[in-house]
Design a protein around this ligand. Structure first.
Ligand code: GCB
Length: 599
């Protein structure tokens, strides 16, 4: 009898666990919604063998950590206890939040208790800004779903699993690297694990405005395209768009798909630019729901080898940056974190940031937009991905779509980048051409690019040859003359880019340990890096159609691939700023060069 009961109980638990709530698209402009933050103190423990997940069928209460179980009788055996486990502030990365986990890659379980009051007629969503790399989410012991990919938002409708009063959410986070993942097993940055961005409960109307798009119509500046999508396919619903600064107030009616769109003619917005990052207050209203946003209007296009912002040629005075904080060197996650990095870039006369090598957080994008920084946004298709694996493609494609969907209303973003330094092959061309085509279909208003690599150089003539040239709008490539190639090559090197498109150098640079001085021939000195910058800038300036440069990299960043004691100590030292925010000599070289490029 006891055996039977146990079997029944186990079956019930397994079935209960399988009642999965639906994953829903992350709503556009999440921070403008009625949200309850679940940031703050979460309890956690490490589960090296993942027994809390895989062994739950044997005894869900004992092993299923998602149950957040407590002994009911003194004789009960439960071998975990979130209440007594350590806690961590979320969002964060566990590598810097707990020094014992600095190098850890594997599973950590997190739990957060929260109070909830049901709101009549409303739905509640559970939103994660990002979890690196794989998250399995449970609410009150029920599995909501699994999300793969460490840098994009995801969301569940949890209306039916929440109770009045105390609730709990448990997340199994796993940041192990795998060959078929995006990124793959090998990459040159820290594999920060954890719930690295905001967690929010979002109260929405039963039918809510799930998504909207607002931008200038193509390359014209006198009209605006607007589209809205409701969360349900209901026709005849009214949505009102107001832009007081442009004297626009228009009401649209949804079709059977729950969609509506409109072109607003005869408007004359001041155009967004780095010099004048003008944003317009925008309001959308549907039934009881109002959403406020700030939107900039600008055009971006190419003409032959020229890049045109608002119809005028522009030179992108860029720098690459990782999403890692100044001074504290942890995963950045808020506006204040982004502010410092943007200020550093601005102090070097930059007007452009390449956000390497994955989607950065939404706060950073919005902060850059407010401060007049043009942006290159990227997905982590980095080095050698499993080009032939359809799951890998789907994963990359989803990350791309989620990035585009989140940031498509940000005027600052001008380029979607689909890859970084990917060795040539037919399989790679197939994979990337599909990604590029899809990006263009999803967003025809922006430019597509990727950081290519130049492989062959003979007699000091580098000719860029990449089959992807026909799919991208901007030709970008990384090159490391003076660092991975001989330091004396820069003076002799010539570049031939046989495509009639603008050219961006998406990376160049070399390492220096801040404070280490010596001869310009001595690697790791600031003088070596300074000379490398001077010679590279002279060399690159001669490239026909050069439309921008993004040296690698704004600041020294953590990387497990950089162990050299006393120099690297697990930092990639190619920063123009040190990990403690000190300027290296090369900073001044670039600043001066960019000053000239302003004219
Ligand atoms: C590259 C990569 C970048 C690396 C850099 C380096 O080409 O795109 O992620 O960190 O080189 O420092 O070697």
């Amino acid at each position: 009898m006891r055996k039977k009961l146990f079997f029944l109980f186990t079956l019930l638990m397994v079935t209960a666990r399988c009642v999965m709530a639906a994953e829903v698209p992350a709503p556009q402009n999440i921070y403008a919604r009625d949200v309850q933050s679940l940031n703050g103190t979460w309890n956690y423990f490490v589960d090296v063998q993942e027994q809390g997940y895989y062994d739950y069928r044997m005894n869900p209460v004992k092993w299923g950590y998602f149950m957040n179980a407590k002994p009911k009788r003194p004789s009960d055996l439960i071998e975990y206890d979130f209440d007594k486990s350590p806690s961590m502030q979320i969002p964060s990365d566990w590598n810097t939040a707990d020094e014992k986990l600095f190098f850890y890659e594997g599973t950590v379980w997190f739990r957060r208790l929260f109070d909830f009051q049901k709101k009549e007629g409303k739905r509640t969503l559970l939103y994660f800004g990002a979890v690196n790399y794989e998250a399995i989410v449970f609410v009150n012991g029920q599995e909501m779903g699994k999300h793969v990919g460490g840098f994009t938002p995801f969301c569940y409708d949890v209306t039916d699993v929440l109770k009045e009063g105390e609730n709990f959410v448990v997340v199994k986070v796993d940041n192990k690297r795998h060959a078929d993942n995006v990124p793959t097993r090998i990459f040159d940055w820290w594999n920060y694990g954890g719930i690295t961005r905001d967690v929010l409960l979002v109260n929405v109307e039963d039918t809510y405005m799930e998504d909207y798009t607002l931008h200038l119509t193509g390359k014209t500046t006198g009209s605006i395209d607007f589209a809205v999508q409701l969360s349900k396919k209901v026709a005849g619903e009214k949505v009102t768009l107001t832009i007081p600064g442009l004297k626009v107030k228009k009401t649209v009616t949804t079709d059977a798909e729950g969609k509506a769109s409109l072109t607003i003619a005869k408007v004359k917005p001041q155009l967004w630019s780095p010099e004048n990052p003008k944003l317009y207050a925008v309001q959308l209203q549907h039934g009881a729901e109002t959403i406020k946003d700030e939107i900039g209007f600008r055009t971006i296009e190419t003409r032959g080898k020229q890049l045109l912002l608002n119809g005028k040629p522009i030179f992108l005075r860029g720098v690459c940056t990782h999403e890692e904080t100044a001074y504290t060197n942890r995963r950045a996650n808020c506006a204040a974190d982004a502010d410092t990095l943007i200020a550093w870039a601005k102090s070097m006369n930059c007007n452009f940031l390449r956000l390497a090598h994955y989607p950065h957080n939404e706060h950073a994008i919005r902060e850059a937009e407010r401060k007049g920084m043009l942006l290159w946004a990227e997905i982590p298709v980095y080095w050698t991905i499993s080009w032939n694996n359809p799951n890998t493609y789907n994963n990359a494609h989803r990350q791309l779509s989620d990035l585009i969907s989140r940031d498509k209303n940000r005027a600052a973003v001008i380029i979607w980048s689909i890859a970084n330094e990917t060795p040539h092959s037919n399989a790679r061309d197939n994979f990337l051409s599909h990604l590029a085509t899809s990006a263009k279909e999803q967003d025809p208003t922006r430019l597509i690019s990727m950081a290519m690599e130049v492989l062959s150089a003979s007699n000091y003539v580098n000719r860029l040859q990449d089959n992807m040239n026909q799919y991208v709008d901007v030709i970008s490539f990384n090159q490391y003359v003076g660092w991975y190639r001989d330091v004396n090559d820069a003076k002799k090197m010539k570049w031939e880019i046989p495509y009639d498109k603008p050219v961006i150098i998406s990376e160049f640079g070399g390492g220096a340990k801040e404070g280490l001085h010596g001869a310009a021939e001595q690697r790791w000195t600031e003088e070596f890096q300074e000379r490398l910058y001077r010679e590279n800038l002279d060399m690159l300036d001669k490239i026909e159609g050069l439309a921008g440069t993004c040296p690698w990299v704004l600041k020294d960043f953590r990387s497990p691939r950089r162990p050299l004691p006393e120099i690297q100590d697990y930092f990639n030292r190619k920063g123009l700023f040190s990990d403690q925010g000190k300027r290296k000599r090369a900073f001044y070289v670039l600043k001066e060069w960019y000053e000239k490029k302003k004219k």
